[in-house]
Design a protein around this ligand. Structure first.
Ligand code: PGA
Length: 262
């Protein structure tokens, strides 16, 4: 099994979503690996990229020897079998994936993924030696109705309920307000702080073992090189899950550098 991501390390992960062919992804990965100096020298934070399934192999090859980790965007909860179109965690691990995104809002809201499915995927990722990046976050309607805390508590609780402390501590959480994803409307550092504290308090209740203080909680939603330093200056923010700005090597690198310098 993969070693747990260390205690509250900084992590900047790029979620490429449904972008980049295998060849395009490899080209972007080569550019990023070049920015690390071609070797294992990374800035003072972990960096990961999560290409689409079809680019995992070529991107993994392009990243080999660099300090940049490979991640996937989703996995099937079952270990294998008759699940047309499904991709098992073991298949991702065999390609060299270290991380897998679980419960992204585009899957919760766009593809009907419920809390129970997210919980199963989280466990499947751990079973297969992957570090899940578990996404939680409220919609605009929920925020405007004053239900942010309720939603974030419910999603966090459902994902971790019944999980032993040791596997729970081998996960990463991303707070991604749905209204900030792909909209250019970034949460303020205060809004991120408040939500991250809710996530941590929920982890303390559900997991125990000081999980709230020990897990890395990333922020996601319209993170750009310009906006990143203010977010990373907030002590509650341990890094970022980056969509649009991760599709270009220079902007993604600037965000990682901001996280490393904060
Ligand atoms: P964005 O996406 O940075 O393009 O808003 C973030 C995400 O969906 O993880």
């Amino acid at each position: 099994m993969t070693a747990p991501w260390p205690r509250r390390p900084r992590l900047v992960a790029g979620n490429w979503k449904m972008n980049k062919t295998a060849a395009e992804g490899a080209a972007l990965a080569r550019e990023l690996a070049g920015l690390t100096g071609g070797g294992a020298a990374a800035p003072g934070c972990g960096i990961a990229v999560c290409p689409p399934f079809t680019a995992l192999e070529s991107v993994g090859a392009a990243l080999r020897g660099s300090a940049i980790h490979l991640g996937a965007q989703d996995l099937h909860p079952e270990p294998g079998g008759a699940f047309t179109g499904g991709i098992a965690g073991s298949m991702l691990a065999a390609l060299g994936c270290r991380f897998v995104i679980v419960g992204h809002s585009e899957r919760r809201h766009g593809m009907g993924e419920d809390d129970a499915t997210v919980a199963r995927k989280l466990r499947a990722a751990l079973r297969d030696g992957l570090t899940p990046i578990v996404c939680v976050g409220e919609t605009l309607a929920e925020r405007e109705a004053g239900r942010t805390a309720e939603v974030v508590v419910r999603q966090t609780h459902a994902a971790y309920d019944g999980l032993e402390a040791s596997p729970a501590l081998a996960t990463v959480i991303a707070y991604e307000p749905v209204w900030a994803i792909g909209t250019g409307r970034v949460a303020t550092p205060e809004q991120a702080r408040e939500a991250h504290r809710i996530v941590r308090a929920t982890l303390d209740r559900v997991v125990g073992a000081g999980a709230g203080a020990r897990l890395a909680v990333l922020y996601g939603g319209s993170v750009t090189p310009a906006g990143a330093p203010a977010l990373f200056a907030e002590a509650e923010v341990d890094g970022a899950l980056v969509g649009g700005a991760s599709l270009e090597a220079a902007s993604f690198w600037r965000i990682a550098a901001a996280a490393a310098g904060a």
